[in-house]
Design a protein around this ligand. Sequence first.
Ligand code: SF4
Length: 443
Amino acid sequence: MNKLYYIETFGCQMNVHESEKIAGILVNLGYAETSDRAQANIIVFNTCCIRDTAEKKIFGNIGELKILKKIDKSRIIVIVGCMTQQDGMAEVIATKFPFVDIILGTSNIHLLKEKIEELELRRQRKRGKIISIDNTEKPEVIENVTPYRTSYPNAWVNIMYGCNNFCAYCIVPYVRGRERSREPELIIEEVRSLVKAGYKEITLLGQNVDSYGSDRTDGANFYTLLTKLKEIEGKFRLRFMTSHPKDLSEEVIKLIAETPNFCNNIHLPVQAGSNAVLKAMNRKYDRERYFYLIDTIRKYMPDCGITSDIMVGFPGETEEDFQDTLDLVRRVQYHNAFTFIYSPRKGTVAAKMEQIPYAIKKDRISRLIALQNQITLTLSEAFVGKVKEVLVEDAPKENLLCGRTDCGRLVNFSGDKSLIGQFVNVRIDKNKASALWGEIVNE
Ligand code: SF4
């Protein structure tokens, strides 16, 4: 019988894709996946430290593994990801949870196979756990790990790692190092082979995709990469995340608009609508630049699905600053926005600033959510009665399918799960609970 692995992933899409790489290593070692962690011979937690709450939740989850380790001492427990990469955190995990066997940093996931083998030898000699963290600013880009993909018809492709931006609230540059771009040829080949294998939606991943290539000497940049990806033949969609308002260019927007395979959808996190707050956040753009980008996107793609991340309660944010955010949201009319309350992250610049009371943050987030919900509702109503091409992505229930339009809207409709991976035309009949509902039509 196969040995079994269980992976629990916390955090962003980058982590979800990294878990696919971890799964690839384990499948190569002869493990098969289980969704029951009590049955697993190896349990991997791929962690996130973007917020304090995420960290607390992960600590709670690791604690729960103690009993499973007690039942089966041969079980291997592995902790990887952003949390382990914070200063001193690997040692904290090792002390607090002595039953953990292997702790790997964000740049050392590719070492998992050799660390599992090393652990077997150490166990024979009754030696302790393994900690492997790479603290260099620009760790090497590792290319020899093949992901085990379970998300058909969607596939994720890293184009770069790390971030140079040091937004005042964000821990990412500290735990993922500086920007490292992959070779353009390797990215193009990966996308080409995914399309050939039948994947229908490819999402390029990077903390700031627009600065792709800035660390390279061959002149490659995000625009030149997209021009080469444009040449790949076949019916598929290409998305990317995340764009940074300081770097997104008109030539990239124009290229997206001209290329049928590139989705009519841009996620452009604004974070705040006030220039004073944007400056304090070290975002390196102002609201005027942001409005210029929105106007440019709408000039080339009038019905582009624009989405955003918006934070309230950043240190120093006044009611007037917050009103600027509400004003920006009203003017931009986002299809959707991920809204959240700022919470201090130890190790970042903003954590040392004077914080504003939680009650104020809570009041602001409710007002922001109410406004965005109203906008999403109005924009969704405009879809009703229209026919949209939808990529069938999943079948959450018998005879119920769901998928997304090119502009990123979720649509539910009835149909057989054999349609997963196909493009169908759906007439939108109603807008209910943040999703669109419709019927497949032959148009
Ligand atoms: S661009 Fe800013 S928010 Fe995004 S990962 Fe880099 S530092 Fe964090």
